[in-house]
Design a protein around this ligand. Structure first.
Ligand code: SAM
Length: 369
């Protein structure tokens, strides 16, 4: 069911503004950006969402909004503070972001176990899935669903709980919430409402795959899932062509070979590692040039969960440069021109062979003239 909210914003100068909205977080943002309703809050200093209450119908919510608008400032303050007093004088609740195992249950941290026991409510991507985890660890905290299809409405309800003093933990089916999983919307909403957000580190497939890949860990980029449609995927890959950091992708088993084949077509012989079923019985890593890794999975149909880690363009370029070490650029240019290419064509060819920009080679060619 869609919720209807009455909310109170507090301006930096102390003014309280009461309103009705379907999404108080969005409305808060609109006020901040000087959009809808902002004439009442504009120029009054930084805004904070200090109170909200949800109703099942628009009429109920608007009736309550009218009631609150009639109240004196003191009564409104009492309402805001009263909420905290109702909760035994507790302050606002905290939102705990809890990482959970990506396979092996032993990977849960002691701190996550304690927090999952202590909080008032656990917001989970799939309550049935998380119930199994909780049962395993003899935890009986109430669960509520928070997934990609109810993220916006549910975030508002959860912020309401947090403002009312409830302690809430967020978990996803596996790994770190918010990483290719629901979380971002609630985290933003909680921060906007001035709620403390506390991350509890733990497993995540991306970093786990990166360290075992054998590829450079100095600098890396996380790309999550590539688009499912071939055209969009190829476009994304062409935009990433110059990325010189190690790149991490998540991929579903039924799309793995299609994705690897696009990767191989785009980036030729770059080194890669396809890591599967991390922390589980069938954990495995297939390493080698993209074409070889692709051939492996064409012969062995992919099963389980996969992370693809690919060497960045920088290393590719470095290798090209190393291959021409000892041959001066002048000599290189002359050799290529001797094959019958024009100077312009030779500059392009040398740049490509050495992994340099055309401008760099051109500058040198001019100096040689
Ligand atoms: N939030 C999670 C994290 O922090 O890793 C990721 C969730 S995302 C919906 C699921 C994807 O993560 C899978 O499709 C796969 O690419 C990767 N993944 C999750 N668990 C994995 C595992 N045990 N082994 C390999 N990849 C895994």
């Amino acid at each position: 069911m869609v919720a209807h909210f009455v909310y109170i914003l507090k301006c930096g100068d102390g003014t309280l503004y009461t309103g009705y909205a379907r999404d108080p977080q969005k409305r808060l943002q609109e006020h901040r950006e000087g959009k809808k309703g902002a004439k009442y809050t504009r120029g009054r200093g930084p805004l904070e969402l200090v109170w909200q209450e949800s109703y099942d119908t628009r009429e109920e919510a608007m009736g309550r909004e009218y009631e609150i608008k009639q109240m004196s400032r003191e009564t409104k303050m009492a309402l805001i503070e009263g909420l905290q007093a109702d909760q035994g004088g507790r302050e606002k609740g905290r939102l705990y972001l809890c990482a959970t195992p990506i396979g092996n249950l032993e990977d849960i941290t002691l701190r996550v176990l304690r927090v999952l026991k202590e909080v008032d409510l656990i917001a989970a991507e799939d309550t049935r899935h998380t119930r199994k985890l909780l049962t395993h660890f003899d935890i009986h905290t109430p669960l509520t669903s928070y997934h990609q299809h109810n993220e916006a409405a549910k975030s508002n309800r959860l912020v309401e709980d947090l403002l009312a003093g409830k302690q809430v933990a967020l978990v996803s089916d596996a790994g770190m919430p918010g990483i290719s999983d629901p979380g971002y919307y609630l985290i933003r909403a909680a921060l906007e409402a001035g709620i403390e957000v506390i991350p509890l580190p733990g497993p995540s497939a991306a970093l786990t795959a990166l360290v075992v890949s054998g590829l450079s860990t100095d600098r890396f980029a996380f790309e999550g899932f590539l688009p499912g449609k071939k055209k969009e995927r190829q476009l994304r890959l062409s935009r990433l062509a110059e990325e010189d950091r190690t790149i991490i992708f998540y991929e579903a088993p039924h799309r793995l070979t299609a994705c690897l084949s696009d990767l191989a077509a785009a980036w030729g012989e770059r080194q890669a590692a396809v890591v599967r079923e991390l922390t589980k019985i069938h954990e495995e890593a297939v390493r080698g040039p993209l074409s070889r890794v692709l051939a492996h999975f064409q012969e062995n149909p992919p099963k389980g969960e996969f992370v693809i880690v690919v060497e960045g363009a920088g290393e590719d370029v470095q290798k090209k440069q190393e291959a021409w070490e000892g041959v001066s650029l002048e000599e290189h240019l002359r050799k290529v021109m001797a094959t019958g290419l024009t100077k312009k064509e030779a500059i392009k060819e040398v740049a490509s062979q050495r992994g340099l920009s055309k401008r760099e080679v051109y500058k040198l060619a001019v100096e040689l003239d």
